[in-house]
Design a protein around this ligand. Structure first.
Ligand code: ADP
Ligand code: MG
Ligand code: MG
Length: 516
């Protein structure tokens, strides 16, 4: 397999003085510009005042990334936005898939129950906002390089704030530092795409905020970020908030951060007869009441946020309210790995044609474009030929090495890789295997880079994962799409010995693309 890394790029920085200068520049730039996270207790002690921040892990150089693949991923994003907006509107389709996984997955079953409860009394908000991120790795087939989708995120798609910052950091280094290296890199030789991820996502939030309209109850309207307690990736979220304020200097969009665990403490619902508006009561000033126009979830994507039945009641309160949810329960469920699997299961092995046709007709140009980005993904049920074949592959000590097995989870750290798959299958009842999907591993061309993490350098082979953000606002009842935009990108890079790639989960780091 050929390498994307040229002989002299990125430089290895064998000279300690050169290396130290670059590292110092990065340490200062990252803090000065909020390319930062809150430190874990292992580094900060208990930081009881909550004043410490540290640099996010970053690469010293932007990783080389094929220009054609980058262009393809950007170009297809609006098609993906539309596809997932349509899936969210297809309750019958989602219902069938939920039935397939819910037996072995209480979390998905509980989400579905929330949807059913709200459906019964009637939704009072038809607008739905998606701040999506479609993730890819480059697959090499001979000389042909092709992006293959790792997954599609419909909830809490993170790093849009920090990603814009690392693109700026690498641009700064390309201008001021790389030309001074002994292995000089002229600025003109580095093609760094602009990255509007923070502005793009903020513009999505702003579109929903304005579409909500004025309060009929006479309250000011606001956006609420629903967040996790003790969130370390807080600056990523703050960048979106700041971008939202600076996007339009003439309007103020009040933004509040509300821990998911305190939804029921600080919000109430207006009665159904008046419209079931979600009212936010800021704890710092009891005389104020805001009407929530947009409820933006940066929490609630996994079972850890629902330790008690009360937490599920909190989710129900948001779902049945008039606030535009980002995402709604149905949109969150559209992001199930099971959905991705049924879209991608090749027609030759599935008992029914790929579900992609249900949403995008064969003669639509975007059908072929989307299909090209899929890699093989199989169900693990016992009812279909594809499922039975996948069960054989997953349980085989040799075959399993080509696959990753995924449950219906988000946030990193939940998958089983290669030889861990047969082991995991032994530990779960066979009746529940269908709650997982089996996906072929994508093996991108080798790239070399140096990662700066917790002040230490790690040099070696790395694997890059490109994410493209999309913002979409649509009407669940009419299908009308009010906004559909590609909204910037994320490049996450991990050591090639690591299977998981999440930055927040501690495996990966922030990177940007040098187009080659
Ligand atoms: P999550 O929703 O938890 O982020 P992902 O599907 O993105 O789950 O998987 C987590 C990580 O596992 C990815 O970031 C990637 O590094 C790795 N991974 C997942 N699927 C594949 C695949 N098909 N080929 C190679 N690596 C993969
Ligand atoms: Mg995900
Ligand atoms: Mg992921």
């Amino acid at each position: 397999m050929s390498s994307l890394t040229g002989d002299s790029y990125p430089p290895t920085l064998d000279d300690a003085l050169e290396r130290d200068r670059l590292v110092q520049t990065i340490k200062d730039w990252t803090i000065a510009n909020g390319l930062a996270v809150r430190p874990p207790p292992a580094i900060a002690g208990n930081d009881s005042e909550g004043i410490l921040a540290m640099s996010a892990p970053v690469t010293l150089f932007p990783s080389p990334f094929p220009k054609s693949c980058f262009a393809e991923a950007e170009a297809i994003q609006t098609k993906y936005n539309e596809l997932y907006a349509r899936i969210s509107q297809d309750e019958e389709f989602l219902s069938g898939l939920v039935q397939e996984v819910a037996g072995g997955d209480e979390f998905i079953a509980n989400l579905w129950d929330i949807h059913l409860r709200v459906k019964k009394e009637g939704y009072v908000q038809n607008l739905s906002l998606g701040l999506f991120r479609s993730d890819y790795m480059v697959h090499q087939d001979g000389d042909n390089l092709q992006i293959k989708q790792v997954e599609f995120n419909t909830i809490a798609s993170s790093f849009g704030g920090l990603s814009a910052q690392i693109s700026l950091l690498h641009k700064h280094l390309a201008k001021t530092e790389y030309p001074l290296l002994k292995d000089t890199i002229p600025q003109s030789s580095i093609d760094l795409p602009t990255n509007q991820s923070a502005e793009g996502l903020a513009a999505g939030l702003a579109a929903a905020f304005h579409a909500y309209g004025k309060s009929t109850l006479g309250h000011p309207t606001c956006v609420v970020f629903l967040v996790q307690d003790g969130e370390r990736n807080v600056f990523d979220q703050r960048h979106l908030e700041y971008a939202l304020q600076s996007s339009d200097p003439d309007t103020t969009v009040p933004v509040f951060r509300l821990p998911f665990s305190q939804i029921l403490t600080h919000t109430t619902l207006a009665p159904s007869s008046r419209g079931r508006q979600l009212l936010y009561h800021p704890p710092h000033n009891p005389t104020l009441t805001f009407e929530v126009a947009v409820a933006y979830f940066r929490a609630g994507y996994g079972p850890g946020d629902y330790p008690t039945p009360t937490a599920w009641e909190a989710r129900y309160q948001i779902e049945r309210s008039a606030a535009i949810a980002c995402p709604s329960v149905l949109t969150q469920l559209a992001g199930m790995k099971k959905v991705q699997q049924v879209l991608a299961t090749p027609e030759s092995v599935a008992s029914t044609p790929s579900a992609l046709r249900r949403f995008v007709s064969d003669d639509d140009m975007s059908h072929a474009a989307l299909w090209k980005t899929f890699t093989n993904i199989y169900p693990l049920d016992n009812a279909t030929p594809a499922g039975r074949e996948a069960r054989r592959l997953a349980a085989d000590a040799e075959e399993c090495k080509k696959y990753v097995m995924k449950p219906q989870r988000e946030g990193g750290g939940n998958n089983f890789y290669k030889t861990a798959i047969p082991q995991q299958l032994k530990e779960i009842p066979e009746a529940h295997w269908g709650s997982y999907i089996l996906m072929e591993l994508i093996t991108p061309p080798p790239v070399v880079n140096t990662i700066l993490r917790n002040g230490a350098l790690e040099h070696g082979g790395v694997i890059c994962e490109l994410g493209v953000y999309g913002t979409c606002l649509w009407d669940q009842a009419t299908g009308e799409v009010l906004r559909n935009e590609e909204s910037g990108y994320l490049l996450r890079t991990k050591g090639d010995q690591s299977e998981e790639g999440g930055v927040a989960a501690g495996y990966g780091c922030m990177d940007s693309c040098r187009l080659v």
